[in-house]
Write a protein that binds this ligand. Structure first.
Ligand code: NAP
Length: 310
């Protein structure tokens, strides 16, 4: 069934990553009318991940795209309606909420905020101009364009290691540029990256500029220890330096922390009664798929209990 404008739902879930899809599965199975709003594709960040190796039950791993699609199919099987429209504004009238999207508006008795977070950009000259022309934030999407090319990966966390390893399938050389001399990534991914002959590390270094005429040709790097700037030839640069919460549309509606994440109590209730938050959008969330799914379940049960007592 398609979502219809102005319909009243028991639950509107905003965001279709692991947290949102699990929340929708649980509320639908509890026979609560459920609409899930997603801006792009099901799965959120997980859909952009090559392989998920730490979700229990998949000993061989499963691709991000496949697990996301399976989660969406599962939620829909129990009645979740999905609309591919980003939420733009929420208002409250008595005990009902109205969610305005790019093209429509929906009403809800409760809301589960699960819009997650988006990749952080470096913020240097040339980065924006050359995005899609050598600057990328998604190895799964763009890796194949870099067959036998020399590329750079910026970051020292799990994403940089995991995606850097994936990129060695295509690139001739993957240079990990990290601002310190110690990686933040988990030991297992560190080991795998260090053992990969195609991966080289450039320590204590930041990107100061991305240069190129029509596509990326070189990076201006700064070695922070030596205070030395130098040009580094590269055909592409993949940026994995963490995330920013997708909460711009929530400013003034619910309480956010100083970094923009949604504050919740231990029961995942946000500052407005009837509004809950789950997954990476939330202050203090553990940024793992399995944890996001767990929080989605918890938020769904909390919304159900709220509706029973409303
Ligand atoms: P992250 O853990 O926050 O790491 C970000 C990395 O980028 C850090 O090494 C950081 O350096 C660096 N960085 C941040 N801002 C920078 C800037 N402006 N310029 C240069 N470098 C910058 O982010 P993530 O790797 O995307 O991971 C996010 C979360 O998802 C983590 O909790 C991670 O464990 C999880 N995750 C898990 C898996 C997995 O389990 N397989 C895979 C992907 C992600 P510093 O180290 O100096 O701060």
């Amino acid at each position: 069934m398609n979502a219809s404008a102005n319909s009243l739902y028991d639950v509107v879930v905003i965001g279709g990553g692991g947290a949102g899809l699990t929340a929708a599965l649980y509320t639908s199975r509890a026979k609560l009318t459920t609409l899930l709003l997603e801006k792009l594709v099901p799965g959120g960040q997980i859909a952009l991940t090559d392989i998920v190796e730490n979700y229990p039950g998949f000993p061989e791993g499963i691709t991000g795209g496949e697990i996301a699609q399976r989660m969406e199919d599962q939620a829909k099987r129990y009645g979740t309606q999905v609309a591919y429209e980003p939420a733009e504004r929420i208002t409250q009238n008595a005990d009902l909420f109205e969610i305005k999207t790019s093209g429509s508006a929906y009403r809800a008795r409760t809301i589960i905020l699960a819009a997650g977070a988006s990749f952080r950009t470096i913020g240097v000259r040339g980065e924006k101009e050359l995005t899609g022309r050598g600057v990328s934030y998604c190895a799964t999407c763009d890796g194949a364009f870099f067959k036998e090319k020399k590329i750079a990966v910026v970051g020292g966390g799990d994403s940089a290691m995991q995606e850097g390893i994936f990129l060695t399938r295509f690139a001739s050389e993957v240079n990990v540029i990290h601002r310190r001399d110690k990686l933040r990534a988990s030991p297992i991914l560190q080991d795998r990256a260090r053992q990969n002959p195609k991966i080289k590390f450039i320590w204590n270094t930041v990107v100061e500029e991305v240069r190129g005429e029509k596509k990326v040709q070189e990076l201006l790097l700064r070695n922070l220890k030596e205070g030395r700037d130098y040009a580094f030839a590269a055909d592409g640069v993949f940026v994995f330096i963490g995330h920013e919460p997708n909460t711009a549309f929530l400013k003034g509606f619910v309480e956010l922390d100083e970094k923009g994440y949604v504050r919740t109590d231990t029961g995942l209730a946000a500052s407005v009664p009837g509004v809950f938050a789950a997954g990476e959008i939330r202050t203090g969330a553990v940024k793992q798929l399995v944890a996001a799914c767990g929080e989605g379940c918890q938020a769904a049960l909390a919304a159900q209990a709220y509706l029973e007592h409303a």
